[in-house]
Design a protein around this ligand. Structure first.
Ligand code: GAL
Length: 671
């Protein structure tokens, strides 16, 4: 865990910082001097340095030039800033690719990628690993005891882009052999009798046959595992030489081909790069819900605060259209991360580059090159708010509800060829379930199926959990038996962890818990919807509708007789708990009402007892309540005879909180 900022001398507060690409400005000493004053003015207390510095540090093999980085450390230290030091493996120097071509990834056709770009190294190459160990060792020895250093930032945004070089293929085959032991066991697990795909030796396996879904799933698992293994190899000298400096790597995406639930187990602190698409549509609620979902995922990985390692203070330059943040949005979006459990607000990047592909990506200090810019003022204001929020540092959030987001199930669902393949939209489906909790002001974790403990929750939501491991099925059974409330969406548990279909009805292994068995799934075309009724109201069903046979469940909602007349929503008492099944994709309003009612029924309470208007998010972190307006218009929140929060002094007699467009207030719980 990153030392609480309370424990760091001179740091009794949340981190506020940025990527600082100091090496781009070495020929401009005046700019470096100006930066220090500007950082103080913006209340910046931490900088991430060295992220893409390899070719500046090690200009030829084994010859290090630390003078400029020493200068950077000294200047920032004197300026009372802390440093997050990156290892530079995200982008390799040209001499390395030239001397050891194996460090570059190979495409599926066996062609070596040309040098350039970034994040495209081979994770298995012994030469790349050796080179990373050499530079990471040198960095750890030189800066490991520097008083400014607080955290290692290992590499930058690892991804799951596959490499098909001989090193990777050999490692993959060894990974398979460890998993299956015999080729016969592999053939059985992969169902290779289909289309005559039986293998008789490990060497025959090449991970490019998308018709063998289990092969592709294992290849994705291997690529993710190999990235974790590469990360651990990078960490080895850091953890050996500087055991007291925690380690992170910045997660992003999140669907970048890595199983982050597994990866998270190996980092000391989670850090996240967040780039929501603000103002892309007239209404920002969806973008805010998605950002909240992703923040809650980061917090849930290890059940503790995370760091917002990167965010843009303005527009980015890699989206089709990226809007400038409207007035208020910068502070609101930054504090949103804190409300969901971040202990920092950090930016990409401190100073806007003059050249390179990111020269038109906004930064704290833009090409306008002064402190008198809209962006700079908003960043400085964010810094002053973070300073006042010191007491929140290190505190957590409590959630009684959780939505399961399973990376591997998403991979295998993506590969699956179903009767309906367009618009599977796993991530969207998970977010729309989470959205119901967000709108109701009910804290909700976003957890994994494999690595997370379900027992601490009251309500567990499994949207579209297509692949279900047998151990997870057992966990769900125990959870429900012990009094938990589980809600499953459609297409649940069709396949096991080898992508083999469950026989005898789904959700596989859990038909008795849900008291239903799905016989088949109906495909609904884009031009149509089916109608089901629940609590006297007609509801629309889209895209998929499971045909349910009732085995003991109570039917809560059914399709119209004119359609198939089958159950749409069921509940089954199991042990001390209850298992709900919603067999189709519903409208958002249905989910909002369903989960509001469910939470009321099972005493899962919102942070505040008021009706929360559309586009407003209320998040409670420890004793602090964040009330955030993502609407581009003023909103009144009627709080009645409020007894829950300490209102700001000038508002103590009011019965309404008024928030300006993109405004927020942060208040303490009254008790
Ligand atoms: C991130 C990356 C940064 C920078 C930023 C631009 O994904 O880590 O280095 O490229 O995007 O938005």
């Amino acid at each position: 865990m990153i030392p609480s900022t309370e424990d760091i001398e001179g740091f009794p507060r949340l981190l506020h910082g940025a990527d600082y690409n100091y090496e781009q400005w070495l020929d401009f000493p005046q700019i470096l001097d100006d930066d220090l004053a500007l950082m103080r003015e913006a209340e910046i207390n931490v900088l991430s340095v060295g992220i893409f510095s390899w070719s500046m540090i090690e200009r030829e093999e084994g010859i290090f030039h630390f003078d400029w980085l020493d200068g950077c450390f000294e200047q920032l230290y004197k300026n009372k800033q802390k440093i997050i030091l990156a290892t530079p493996s995200g982008s390799k120097p040209a001499w390395l690719s030239e001397k050891y071509p194996e460090v570059s990834q190979m495409t599926v056709n066996g062609t070596r990628q040309p040098h350039g770009g970034r994040q495209n190294h081979c994770r298995t190459s012994p030469e790349y690993r050796k080179a990373c160990t050499r530079i990471n060792t040198a960095l750890a020895k030189r800066y490991g005891t520097h008083p400014a250093l607080i955290l290692w930032h290992v590499s930058n945004e690892y991804n799951g882009m596959p490499c098909y070089c001989p090193w990777c293929l050999t490692a993959f085959r060894a990974w398979l052999e460890k998993r299956y032991v015999t080729i016969d066991a592999l053939n059985a697990a992969w169902y290779t009798t289909f289309w005559s795909h039986r293998f008789s030796s490990w060497e025959q396996i090449y991970p490019a046959d998308s018709s063998i879904h289990a092969l592709m799933l294992d290849w994705q698992r291997f690529t993710s595992d190999q990235t974790i293994d590469f990360f651990l190899a990078e960490c080895e000298p850091l953890r050996r030489i500087t055991p007291d400096i925690p380690v992170t790597t910045n997660f992003h995406g999140p669907d970048v081909g890595l199983d982050y639930h597994k990866f998270a187990q190996y980092v000391d602190v989670i850090s996240w790069d967040s780039y929501p698409e603000w103002h892309k549509t007239p209404d920002d609620e969806d973008a805010a819900v998605k950002a909240g979902f992703l923040y809650d995922m980061q917090r849930s990985f290890l059940g503790k605060p995370f760091l917002l390692m990167e965010s843009s203070p303005g527009a980015v330059n890699w989206q089709g259209v990226s809007k400038k943040k409207r007035k208020g949005m910068h502070i609101l979006s930054s504090l949103q991360a804190v409300a969901h459990g971040s202990d920092s607000v950090q930016y990409f990047q401190w100073r806007q580059s003059r050249g390179g592909t990111e020269k038109f990506h906004d930064a704290v200090v833009t090409h306008f090159n002064t402190n008198d810019t809209r962006i700079f003022h908003e960043v400085a204001k964010t810094g002053s708010i973070l300073k006042r929020l010191a007491s929140i540092t290190g505190t957590n959030k409590e959630s009684q509800a959780a939505v399961v987001y399973d990376f591997q199930s998403n991979w295998v669902l993506d590969n699956a060829q179903l009767p309906r393949n367009v618009g599977k939209n796993y991530q969207k489906e998970c977010i729309s379930h989470y959205s119901a909790f967000w709108k109701a002001g009910i804290s909700c974790d976003v957890i994994g199926a494999e690595h997370s403990d379900f027992s601490k929750y009251r309500i567990l939501v499994l949207p579209m959990l297509y692949m279900l491991r047998e151990e997870t099925a057992e966990k769900i059974r125990r959870f429900t038996d012990n009094g938990g409330v589980v809600v499953s969406g459609f297409l649940a548990a069709l396949v096991n962890e080898n992508d083999l279909c469950y026989q005898g009805g789904t959700p596989g292994g859990l038909t008795d818990v849900f008291g239903i068995s799905v016989e088949e799934t109906e495909t609904i075309a884009d031009y149509e919807s089916l109608i089901f009724s629940m609590n006297g109201q007609k509801q629309k069903a889209f895209h998929y509708a499971d045909h349910i046979r009732v085995l003991g469940a109570q039917v809560l909602g059914s399709f119209d007789e004119s359609e198939n007349g089958l159950p749409a929503v069921t509940v089954c008492k199991y042990g001390k708990g209850a298992a709900y099944y919603i067999c189709t994709r519903t409208e958002q309003e249905f989910k909002d009402q369903f989960f509001r009612d469910l939470c009321a029924q099972y005493s899962v309470n919102p942070s505040v007892p008021w009706n929360i208007p559309k586009g407003v998010s209320v998040q409670k972190r420890n004793e602090v309540v964040f009330i955030m307006n993502f609407n581009n218009n003023e909103v009144d929140i009627p709080i009645g005879k409020n007894e829950y929060i300490n209102l700001p002094e000038n508002a103590s007699v009011c019965r309404t909180i008024t928030l300006p467009p993109y405004g927020l207030i942060i208040v303490k719980l009254a008790r």
